[in-house]
Design a protein around this ligand. Structure first.
Ligand code: IFM
Length: 768
C-alpha cells in the first residue's frame, strides 16, 4: 500500500538552486509566457506549463499539449498545415465543501511554479481555502517521460491544512480549443481515438487515474470517457495523493494502430508504477545532462542561461522518430504552426551532432524522408535536384504562407517560400557535419549521400552561366530577409559552392569505398560523369561577391550602393528597424535584418581569406538590426572567435534574455529554440573555439573576463570526451572517457588524447 507521504520527495526540487527556475504568484497577463518558459517536452509530447488547478472555469486558456508530427490543414482559403491542439490532460477542478475555493490574503503569493531543469519536471505549490475555512495545500508535479516518449505523468498531493469538510475534485481532459478538426472515432473510459480531418492522421490517448486518501484507494465517480471525480471527507493533516498517467500515440498511415500503441504504453507505465516512471525519466535526464552539460564558473547568469537552453534542447528532440523535426518554437507554442526552418540544421544540429548523435541522425533522416517533397519543389520551379521547403511540416511540401502580418500589423507578401533557397545548402551542411563528427557510414551511404547529391544538383541547375563567364544565382532571399529578389547573395552562393564540392567528395567516396552503392544510386538518380563535370564547372565559376582587394564579401550584387544608415542613431528603439524606417527604405538600405555574411563567416570561416573575417565582421555587424532572434548568436560566436570577448558576452546575454526575460516580447508563441541552440553554439564554438576537421577536433579558447572556467562534453566518432578550460589558470584539461585515442589540437598545437591519461595543457594564448 502506498503510504500517504510517499510522494513527498518528488515535490522537492533539485537541491542546487541553479538547476531550477522558480516563479511565485500568479499574473494572468504573464500566464502564457510563463507557461512557455515552463513547458515540458520529450520531443514527442510538448506540454505548456500553464496553471492546471482551477476553482471553476478557466479565465485564461493557456494550456496546450502538442504532439510532434500531428499536422492538419485548417479549412480556410490558402490554409497551411499546422500542429493540431490535443486534449489538455492536465486540468483539475476543485471544490471545498461544495464551494469554489476563495483567495485569502497571501494565497496568491503562496503559488509557486518551479521548473526543475535537472529532472525535466514542473513542480507547483498552491494554498486554497473556502469561505467556511477549509484549507488545503496542493502540490503537483508533471513530466513528459524522456525515456518513453508516449508517456506523461501528473502527481498531485492535497494536504488538509485547516478545517473539516468535503473535498471534491474533478479531472477532465479539456477539449477546449480543439477547433482544427480533431474528430473522435472512439471514446471509452480512459481512452480516446481521434482523426484529423485533412491529413487523416490519428491520435490516441489512454489514461489511468487513481487517488489514495491517507493511503487508502478511493473509487472515482466516472461521468464520461475522460471525466473522473472524487469526493471525500477531509480533516486536518489528511493527505490525498493522486496520480494520472497519460499515454499518447500518433498514427500516420492506415496500417498504424495508435490505439494499441497508446494502450501498450499505458500498460507498460502501469507495470512500472508512478515511482518507476519517475525514476526512469530522471535517469534519462541524468544521462542527457551527463552528455550535454556546459558548466561556467564565475558567471551564474550565463550558467542559468546555458542550463535553460540545454533543458529545452534536450527536450526538443526525439531519436526514435525519423518523421519529425524540430519546429521554430519546438513543442512549446503555436507561432509558425510547428513548421521546421533552417533553424534546425544550422542552430540546433551542431548541439545534437556533438552531444546526442542518435537524435541528430533522426533529424537528418526527417530531411531524407522529405527528399521527395524537395525534389517536387525544385521540379515545380523548373530546376533539377532537391530544393527543400523553406517551411516544412510533415511531407516536405512548401508550407510557407504567401502573406503574413508584418511587424507593423499590416498584411505583407511573404516571398521566402519561393526565394529563400539557402535552406538546401543548410541541410547539406548539417549532413556533412554529422558525417564528419560520427563517421556513420550507414547513414552516409543510405541517406546522407543522396541528400548531398540532390541538393548539389539543384544548385548546379539553379546557378546559370552568363556572358561574364560566371554562374549567377538570381532572385533569392538570403538570411537577411529585409532584401528580396536579390542576385548573388554571398551566403547562398558560397554555401551552394560548398554544397556542390562536398557532393563531389561524396561521389568520389562512394565510388572508391562502396562502388556497388555508387552504381545503384547514380543510376537511379541518372547521374553521370558529364553532369559531375558540369557541377565542377559551376563550383569553379559561381559569383561570390568577394572583392580580393578588400577581402569584403558584398552581401549581394549592388548592396554597397544602397543607402548606408548609421544604426547608432536608432539605439534604444523598442521596435524592429523595418518598422522604424518603413519597409521600402529598409529595402533600399544596407540595414541587415540578421547575420548574413556574418553567418557565412560563422559556418565557413575558411572561405574568408587571411584577416578578411574580421574586416567583414567589422563592416556588417554595425549594419545589423537583429530583427530576428537568430541573429545575435551568430554575431556572438564570430566575435568570440575573433577575440572580442566583451562584445561576444554582450551578444550571449542578449540572446539569453530573449526567452528568459522575454526581451523581444515574443515568448508567448513559444521558446526561440534556435536562439537557445545559439547559446550553446556561442559557448562551445565561440568561447571554447571548437572546430571540426577531417581527422581531428580542435579548440582555441577565448573566455570572457568574468568566466573562471568553461567545461563541456562532446561526442566525436564513437568517443566521448570532456573538456575543461580554466581561464584564470590558463590551462586546458581534456579527458577521453570512451573510445580510441584521437588527435586533439589545442591552440594550433597537436596532441594525442587517450584514455590512459588526462591531457593537461598550459595554453600559450593570453586571451584565454
Ligand atoms: O528561420 C527564421 C528566419 O531566419 C527568420 N525568421 C524566423 C524564422 C524561424 O525562426
Amino acid at each position: 500500500m502506498t503510504s500517504a507521504r510517499t510522494m513527498d520527495h518528488v515535490f522537492t526540487p533539485s537541491a542546487d538552486p541553479n538547476w531550477v527556475i522558480s516563479e511565485a504568484g500568479y499574473d494572468c497577463l504573464l500566464e502564457i509566457s510563463r507557461g512557455v518558459r515552463f513547458a515540458i517536452s520529450n520531443g514527442f509530447l510538448g506540454v505548456r506549463g500553464a496553471r492546471a488547478i482551477h476553482r471553476g472555469g478557466r479565465w485564461v486558456a493557456t494550456s496546450r499539449t502538442l504532439v510532434a508530427g500531428l499536422f492538419d490543414t485548417a479549412d480556410e482559403e490558402e490554409a497551411i498545415p499546422g500542429l493540431v491542439a490535443t486534449p489538455d490532460w492536465l486540468q483539475i477542478h476543485i471544490l471545498l465543501d461544495g464551494e469554489p475555493p476563495v483567495h485569502r490574503p497571501g494565497d496568491g503569493k503562496s503559488q509557486r511554479r518551479i521548473l526543475d531543469m535537472h529532472r525535466g519536471a514542473v513542480i507547483t505549490e498552491r494554498r486554497l481555502s473556502n469561505a467556511s475555512d477549509v484549507g488545503v495545500l496542493i502540490r503537483s508535479l508533471h513530466l513528459a517521460c524522456l525515456n518513453q516518449h508516449a508517456t506523461a505523468l501528473q502527481l498531485i498531493q492535497l494536504e488538509n491544512t485547516r478545517g473539516e469538510g468535503e473535498v471534491q475534485i474533478a479531472l477532465n481532459a479539456s477539449f477546449e480549443g480543439l477547433d482544427i478538426g480533431l474528430l473522435p472515432d472512439r471514446m471509452e473510459q480512459g481512452f480516446g481515438l481521434w482523426h484529423v480531418l485533412g491529413s487523416g492522421k490519428r491520435l490516441a490517448m489512454a489514461a489511468e487515474l487513481s487517488l489514495r486518501v491517507d493511503g487508502q484507494k478511493v473509487s472515482p465517480m466516472i461521468s464520461g470517457p475522460f471525466k473522473w471525480a472524487w469526493s471525500w471527507k477531509s480533516k486536518p493533516g489528511q493527505v490525498a495523493c493522486l496520480e494520472r498517467l497519460v499515454t499518447v500515440a500518433r498514427g500516420d498511415t492506415d496500417d498504424a494502430d495508435p490505439g494499441s500503441d497508446a494502450r501498450d504504453a499505458l500498460a507498460a507505465a502501469q507495470r512500472l508504477g508512478w515511482s518507476g516512471v519517475v525514476a526512469a525519466h530522471e535517469a534519462a535526464w541524468a544521462s542527457r545532462w551527463d552528455c550535454s552539460a556546459v558548466e561556467v564558473e564565475g558567471d551564474p547568469a550565463a550558467q542559468q542561461a546555458l542550463r535553460f537552453a540545454l533543458y529545452h534542447l534536450n527536450g526538443a528532440a526525439n531519436p526514435d522518430d525519423e518523421r519529425v523535426s524540430i519546429a521554430a518554437r519546438a513543442l512549446t507554442g503555436d507561432d509558425y504552426h510547428g513548421h521546421v526552418f533552417w533553424d534546425t540544421e544550422i542552430y540546433l544540429l551542431p548541439f545534437y551532432i556533438l552531444t546526442w548523435p542518435e537524435a541528430a541522425r533522426a533529424l537528418l533522416m526527417y530531411r531524407f524522408n522529405t527528399l521527395d517533397g524537395a525534389r517536387a519543389k525544385a521540379a515545380g520551379l523548373g530546376w533539377r535536384g532537391a530544393l527543400y521547403a523553406w517551411e516544412s511540416a510533415d511531407t516536405g511540401a512548401e508550407t510557407c504562407p504567401s502573406r503574413a502580418l508584418g511587424p507593423d500589423r499590416k498584411v505583407i507578401d511573404v516571398n521566402c517560400g519561393l526565394q529563400e533557397q539557402h535552406i538546401s545548402a543548410d541541410v547539406a551542411y548539417a549532413v556533412w557535419q554529422y558525417w564528419q563528427a560520427t563517421c556513420d557510414e550507414v547513414f552516409l551511404r543510405d541517406a546522407g549521400a543522396e541528400i548531398l547529391l540532390e541538393t548539389a544538383r539543384f544548385w548546379s541547375s539553379r546557378a546559370q552561366p552568363e556572358a561574364d563567364g560566371q554562374c549567377h544565382i538570381r532572385g533569392v532571399i538570403g538570411p537577411d530577409e529585409y532584401h528580396e529578389s536579390i542576385d548573388d547573395n554571398a551566403f547562398t552562393n558560397v554555401m551552394a559552392r560548398w554544397n556542390i564540392r562536398r557532393a563531389l567528395d561524396v561521389a568520389a567516396l562512394l565510388l572508391a569505398r562502396w562502388p556497388e552503392r555508387w552504381e545503384s544510386l547514380s543510376s537511379r538518380l541518372g547521374l553521370g560523369n558529364a553532369e559531375l563535370e558540369q557541377w565542377r564547372s559551376v563550383a569553379e565559376t559561381i559569383a561570390t561577391g568577394l572583392d580580393p582587394g578588400t577581402g569584403l564579401f558584398e552581401q549581394f550584387a549592388g548592396f554597397f550602393t544602397l543607402e548606408d544608415i548609421d544604426l547608432a542613431n536608432y539605439a534604444g528603439r523598442s521596435v524592429p528597424l523595418d518598422v522604424v524606417l518603413g519597409r521600402e527604405r529598409t529595402q533600399a538600405s544596407q540595414v541587415v535584418k540578421q547575420a548574413d555574411v556574418v553567418a557565412l563567416l560563422a559556418l565557413l570561416p575558411d572561405e574568408f581569406p587571411r584577416d578578411s573575417g574580421e574586416k567583414n565582421f567589422d563592416y556588417y555587424a554595425p549594419r545589423c538590426g537583429h530583427g530576428s532572434s537568430l541573429s545575435r548568436a551568430m554575431h556572438g560566436l564570430v566575435a568570440a572567435r575573433l577575440g572580442d570577448t566583451d562584445a561576444a558576452l554582450d551578444f550571449f546575454r542578449e540572446v539569453s534574455a530573449i526567452d528568459l526575460d522575454d526581451s523581444q516580447a515574443a515568448v508567448e508563441g513559444g521558446v526561440h529554440i534556435a536562439g537557445l541552440g545559439g547559446i550553446w553554439l556561442m559557448a562551445v564554438f565561440g568561447f571554447a573555439g571548437l572546430s571540426l576537421h577531417s581527422d581531428y577536433l580542435a579548440v582555441d579558447p577565448r573566455l570572457p573576463a568574468t568566466w573562471r572556467s568553461l567545461s563541456f562534453g562532446v561526442q566525436w566518432r564513437s568517443r566521448s570526451l570532456k573538456i575543461r578550460i580554466g581561464r584564470t589558470t590558463g590551462s586546458l584539461e581534456a579527458t577521453l572517457e570512451t573510445g580510441e585515442p584521437m588527435k586533439f589540437v589545442i591552440c594550433g598545437e597537436p596532441f594525442t588524447l587517450s584514455r590512459a591519461e588526462k591531457l593537461s595543457v598550459r595554453m600559450k594564448s593570453n586571451d584565454t
